[in-house]
Design a protein around this ligand. Structure first.
Ligand SMILES: NC(=O)c1ccc[n+]([C@@H]2O[C@H](COP(=O)([O-])OP(=O)(O)OC[C@H]3O[C@@H](n4cnc5c(N)ncnc54)[C@H](OP(=O)(O)O)[C@@H]3O)[C@@H](O)[C@H]2O)c1
Length: 321
């Protein structure tokens, strides 16, 4: 998609999703470099669960670098329903992308793990060395084990073939172009959608679960800027956690309050404690990131929530929901 031809041809799988759109915006807003050509692809360009379609995509574009975002993604309730599908689809997508990248001589691949794949029983904060230390939370074991295998493959491609394939580990991501589906999406966009509807109908806001679980949220546009740094500068095969600090972790109730404030919702908040809470917390350390980038500025949570709510309200008709 429309950037000058350069010496770096960067193929972004999942280029139409929450993170892909954020990278598109950051690149278009001036962070892209003249010697970089960015190609953002979606499932319409190739179904990456198919080895043949993935190979054809790589042969067509001949990328030098890959940002691998494509995945079957969903919130707690979709994960609980579809663990097998999350495992199979993601394992196929990841194996096809990494092996096509190897066969096409791609210089670097940056894939995407998630802090929700870490062991359920663990000490806190979680860091990059702990990915494989124990079983993940039972609600999303399919997604988690599939993601963990990316790290296994990266190690294998490095040891056997010397490939620079690495991965980042973001915490909960949110921002414009998220999936705002209430049943299947993540907690923050789901809550934004619910507040929007509750405001329109004048009804109460029902938050699923107790509101007590704690999460570190990262704004998609901050994550996009960090992705560019990892692609250009980060040399390790071992993954790196991309997160706000431990002190910036918020409860689901605090996240709901920020949305209520941003959308000026005046109604009542109800917590439906018959719904699952998911993992209580997964506090991650960003010490490794801070060693590399001590001065990186994250957008304040409330400001990022405000921007996302404003985007959703302005794009209600076309937003994924
Ligand atoms: N959202 C979070 O909170 C979060 C947190 C940690 C890590 N992550 C990871 O971050 C990455 C990006 O997530 P996201 O939230 O941006 O996801 P998203 O908004 O759901 O977008 C998913 C992207 O993957 C593509 N895709 C899905 N299945 C595909 C297939 N079979 N073939 C080709 N493309 C396919 C989609 O293409 P279509 O639009 O054509 O369907 C879309 O572009 C994922 O690897 C995810 O696991 C997300």
């Amino acid at each position: 998609i429309g950037h000058p031809r350069g010496s770096f041809r960067i193929l972004v799988t999942g280029g139409t999703g929450l993170v892909g759109r954020a990278i598109q915006k950051v690149v278009a807003d001036g962070e892209g470099r003249p010697d970089e050509e960015w190609l953002f692809v979606s499932s319409k360009d190739a179904d990456l669960t198919s080895a043949a379609e993935t190979k054809a995509l790589f042969e067509k574009h001949k990328p030098t670098h890959v940002v691998h975002l494509a995945a079957m993604v969903g919130g707690l309730f979709k994960n609980i329903r579809c663990n097998l599908d999350f495992w199979r689809r993601n394992v196929h997508i990841n194996d096809n992308v990494l092996h096509s990248a190897y066969e096409c001589g791609v210089q670097k691949v940056v894939s995407c793990l998630s802090t929700c794949i870490f062991p359920d029983k663990t000490t806190y904060p979680i860091d990059e060395t702990m990915i494989h230390n124990g079983p993940p939370h039972s609600s999303n074991f399919g997604y988690s084990y599939a993601k963990r295998m990316i790290d296994v493959q990266n190690r294998g491609y490095f040891e056997q073939h010397g490939c620079r394939f690495t991965a980042v580990i973001p915490t909960n991501i949110f921002g414009p172009h998220d999936n705002f589906n209430i049943e299947d999406g993540h907690v923050l966009p789901g809550l934004i959608h619910k507040v929007y509807l509750a405001k329109q109908s004048g009804s109460a806001l029902t938050v699923w679960g107790t509101g007590k679980p704690r999460r570190q949220f990262i704004y998609s546009l901050d994550l996009a800027r960090l992705f560019l740094w990892v692609l250009r500068e980060y040399e390790e095969v071992e993954p790196i956690i991309l997160s706000v600090g431990e002190e910036d972790e918020v409860s689901i109730k605090e996240a709901a309050d920020a949305i209520v404030e941003a959308m000026d919702f005046k109604g009542e908040l109800i917590f439906d404690t018959t719904k699952a809470d998911g993992q209580f917390k997964k506090t991650a350390s960003n010490a490794k990131l801070r060693r590399y980038l001590p001065g990186f500025q994250f957008t304040p949570f409330k400001q990022a929530v405000q921007e996302t709510c404003a985007w959703f309200s302005a794009n209600y008709g076309s937003a994924r929901k």
